[in-house]
Write a protein that binds this ligand. Structure first.
Ligand SMILES: Cc1cc2nc3c(=O)[nH]c(=O)nc-3n(C[C@H](O)[C@H](O)[C@H](O)COP(=O)(O)OP(=O)(O)OC[C@H]3O[C@@H](n4cnc5c(N)ncnc54)[C@H](O)[C@@H]3O)c2cc1C
Length: 337
């Protein structure tokens, strides 16, 4: 039976996979990448498919799915292969008494996928703890050890890996702490669950539990029985603007190195698209999550074309109301809106 991207992605949409190769170790990944040709040759590298939307036509060429599983814990330095499941890593290190990534609990996807958009949640970012990473350069065929400064982090959810097929992350080294205390808890709802003040700390294992409970309530922990989680998480990226249009002046904003970052969820909701919106729109197969306005969800039977149509509808509604054009946070391959 043909494998489709609907089988490999969390939104469960997308057409057939051309040639699927599963990299089971770092040396195997290097071998497969070498065989896949240079930077100009079509190749799709993926991990958990939790930030990836592929068109109904699929991808006719080579796909390498990273499933490498090497993991090494040396004091407070943790090195994990790109194919390790991110949340399994968080669970393991928290279990070892290490602190620093407990607020990034419950996020789907692979270790190799996390630097791509500098994954972040509840006040923590991958770049806060990244010590180094090993990268395969498809242009030169070389394997290089990089420092975080080379990754182009800074602006919201950006890196040199995003929208580039030149570099493939092979492994990631994180520098964590053994002081038994979490990072300061900055999210009021998480602090409340822990019974601490905002800015206080707790045992990393307790923070992990509180974050997962909070995420579950928001439909942000994968659950095959819960269509609110058949998504890519946030479909749209929080827009970063050099100048905020007058009509969007009331939207919550935060400074970003490239300008001002606005809340995409706020813009969507206030443009008339509340959580759950969409069940009565189009063919009803795509709707906003009933618990999070930023998550476009597959209610069952959606195609990528259905998702693109719905995404354009939301984008256009926000633009008409606020003069702000939303763009996808996820990677769109062979599809657009
Ligand atoms: C329910 C849900 C909740 C989420 N919550 C959050 C959240 O709180 N915070 C957040 O930041 N994100 C969140 N996400 C988005 C997603 O989980 C992350 O972006 C994750 O890191 C993607 O990893 P992946 O392995 O699934 O990548 P994939 O979806 O497989 O790939 C995404 C992109 O990364 C590239 N890529 C993957 N692996 C590699 C590699 N080894 N080297 C180079 N490029 C690679 C792919 O080519 C593609 O362009 C959520 C998603 C879902 C479904």
């Amino acid at each position: 039976m043909t494998t489709t991207f609907a089988d490999l992605t969390t939104m469960r949409i997308g057409g057939p996979v051309g040639r699927l190769h599963v990299a089971t170790s770092v040396p195997h990944a290097i071998e497969l990448l070498g065989a896949a040709g240079g930077a100009g040759d079509p190749l799709l590298v993926m991990g958990g498919g939790s930030n990836l939307v592929v068109g109904d036509v699929g991808w006719p060429d080579t796909v390498i799915k990273m499933a490498s599983s090497e993991l090494d814990i040396d004091g407070d330095l943790v090195t994990a292969a790109a194919g390790v499941e991110w949340d399994e890593l968080v669970k393991t290190v928290v279990g070892e008494g290490l602190a620093g990534i407990e607020a990034l609990s419950g996020i789907p996807g692979s270790v190799g996928g996390t630097p791509v958009q500098n994954v972040g949640a509840y006040g923590s970012l991958t770049s806060d703890v990244l010590d180094a990473l090993t990268v395969y350069d498809r242009e030169t065929g070389s394997v290089e050890r990089w420092l975080p400064e080379q990754c182009g982090f800074g602006s919201h959810r950006q890196s040199v890996f995003k929208h580039s097929d030149r570099w493939v992350v092979l492994d990631v080294t994180l520098r964590l702490r053994r002081d038994g205390q979490s990072n300061p808890v900055t999210f009021p709802q998480v602090a409340e669950r822990l019974g601490i003040e905002v800015g206080g700390t707790a045992a990393p294992a307790d923070v992990r539990e509180a974050v997962i409970a909070q995420r579950r309530e928001r439909g942000m922990v994968l659950n095959p029985d819960d269509h609110d989680t058949w998504s890519v998480g946030s479909f749209f990226i929080n827009p970063v603007l050099a100048e905020v249009p007058r009509r969007a002046a009331e939207a919550p904003s935060h400074p970003d190195i490239k300008g001002t970052k606005l809340s995409a969820a706020w813009l969507i909701q206030h443009a008339g698209f509340p959580p759950g919106y969409g069940r009565d729109w189009g063919n009803g197969t795509v709707a906003l999550s009933s618990r999070h306005a930023l998550a476009l969800t597959n209610r069952g039977g959606a195609t990528t074309a259905d998702v693109m149509k719905f995404a354009a509808h939301i984008r256009d509604g926000v633009e008409a109301r606020y003069d702000v054009r939303l763009n996808p946070e996820c990677d769109l391959v062979n599809c657009s809106f």
